[in-house]
Design a protein around this ligand. Structure first.
Ligand SMILES: Nc1ncnc2c1ncn2[C@@H]1O[C@H](COP(=O)(O)OP(=O)(O)O)[C@@H](O)[C@H]1O
Ligand SMILES: [Mg+2]
Length: 224
């Protein structure tokens, strides 16, 4: 599902380029779940952003579902992102002035949606119910707890029925007690929905629930 070969990512710095990802390799099978751990600043977000087509590699090849990302034009890339990927960001980025339902169906606005709004809403309702947010559908983000906000962000990530979900420290803003619940949620996403899952995390409970665990160390993924 995901094939990365010889990935190098450099950023320009005040005293020359810094190499964040250095000849990194990764292979993720369809339906696999992967946790990526590593200290702050080691390049985890950089790697997820490249996988999510939000950033580009300096060199090397990245392909997802058999498609090389660097051969896609902008239009292909946007369509691919909207149709095949789901993102869960650390800060969730729910729009504060929109309800949970409006936030969940927000990806429609990105374009490339062929189904009717009614159909998207009905799927969003099922997702929100499944995620325990039935009573929060018309609430605003500020009325939700941290865990509820995360679940709303997960519903938004799933509303396009993605084959791959990328999550960047999804438990980062939650208290430790929420860790187990989020780990359950992600494990069921993978096991019950067959979603290929790559999550960056500091949370041991979450990392341990994923099928494969890597540490990002000196720009490469290694078994911890
Ligand atoms: N746009 C950028 N320009 C320059 N340096 C960057 C940029 N984004 C990230 N970096 C640097 O790359 C390194 C890895 O960052 P990041 O991927 O955010 O790490 P992590 O998510 O593991 O904490 C850091 O040293 C960071 O300062
Ligand atoms: Mg990060």
């Amino acid at each position: 599902m995901i094939e990365i070969e010889h990935l190098i990512k450099r950023y320009p710095g005040p005293t020359g380029d810094i190499t964040v990802l250095d000849d990194l390799e990764l292979s993720v099978a369809k339906g696999e779940s992967v946790a990526i751990v590593g200290p702050s600043g080691c390049g985890k977000t950089t790697l997820l952003n490249i996988l999510g087509t939000l950033d580009t590699a300096t060199s090397g090849s990245v392909s997802i579902a058999g498609q090389a990302l660097d051969t896609m034009n902008d239009e292909d890339r946007i369509r691919f992102r909207n149709q095949s990927l789901g993102f869960v960001f650390q800060q969730h980025f729910l729009l504060p002035q929109c309800t949970v339902m409006e936030n969940t169906i927000m990806p429609r606005l990105a374009g490339g949606w062929e189904e009717s709004e009614e159909d998207t809403r009905s799927r969003a309702t099922s997702l929100l119910e499944e995620l325990g947010l039935k009573h929060r559908i018309d609430h605003m983000p500020y009325q939700l707890s941290g865990g509820e906000r995360l679940r709303a962000a997960v519903a938004r990530a799933l509303v396009n029925r993605p084959s791959i979900v990328l999550a960047d420290e999804p438990t980062g803003s939650l208290d430790p007690a929420m860790g187990e619940q989020v780990a359950d949620l992600f494990a069921s996403l993978n096991q019950e929905h067959g979603v290929t899952l790559v999550t960056v995390t500091h949370n041991e409970a979450l990392a341990d629930r994923m099928g494969t665990k890597y540490e990002l160390n000196k720009g490469k993924l290694v078994s911890p």
